[in-house]
Design a protein around this ligand. Structure first.
Ligand code: HEC
Length: 156
């Protein structure tokens, strides 16, 4: 971290005033930014989104091997760190079980999609793909807005 943005001091200002100004410039933005750091969950979600796009592309090519490869990765997506999980669970409180159930539904539908891909059952893959999407959507509709308000201070 350099001190460049705070110099040169205004010619008219006293040393103390310049230092106070510099300190307030230094601390104010960093405190605000800490609240808005994206959750690891957000990155995990972006990965899920990319994997679902991969599946959609693979379905068009009837590349069932690719679907069979990606589906379990969607089902068994990584979890956030222990501390972030604790933050999320604390925030969810009484809704934690519901949130977990939504994750479970996604898991089951994605595993079903993988199974259908292994059988090269295109219809089955497409049906399960829709089920996965419905599971994603249901959780987003139930929780996304509250997450954004709570963890990012109401940013859209
Ligand atoms: C158990 C609940 C839950 C399930 C199931 C779920 N999501 Fe999410 N998703 C969230 C929450 C909460 C957010 C908001 C996270 C944030 O903004 O930090 C989110 C945000 C996202 C985002 C936006 C990320 C961004 O950059 O803002 C994408 C993309 C996404 N999810 C994809 C998916 C896909 C694809 C699935 C299904 C395979 C899925 N999600 C299933 C809870 C869920």
């Amino acid at each position: 971290m350099t001190t460049e943005p705070f110099s040169p001091p205004t010619p008219s200002g006293t040393g103390a005033a310049a230092v106070l100004l510099a300190l307030s410039l230094f601390f104010a933005p960093s405190v605000g930014a800490a609240d808005r750091n994206p959750l690891e969950l957000q990155k995990i979600m972006q990965e899920l989104g990319e994997q679902m796009q991969l599946v959609a592309g693979a379905i068009s090519r009837e590349d069932w091997e690719a679907v069979a490869d990606v589906a379990p990765k969607i089902a068994k997506h990584r979890a956030p760190s222990f501390t972030e999980k604790a933050r999320i669970m604390a925030f969810l409180g009484g809704h934690a079980a519901e949130f977990r159930a939504a994750d479970r539904l996604t898991h089951d539908a994605a595993m079903k999609m993988g199974g259908a891909a292994q059988r090269r059952d295109g219809e089955g893959v497409i049906q399960a793909y829709a089920e996965v999407q419905q599971a994603c959507l249901a959780c987003h509709q139930a929780h996304r807005k509250e997450f954004r308000t709570h963890f990012y201070g109401g940013a859209p």
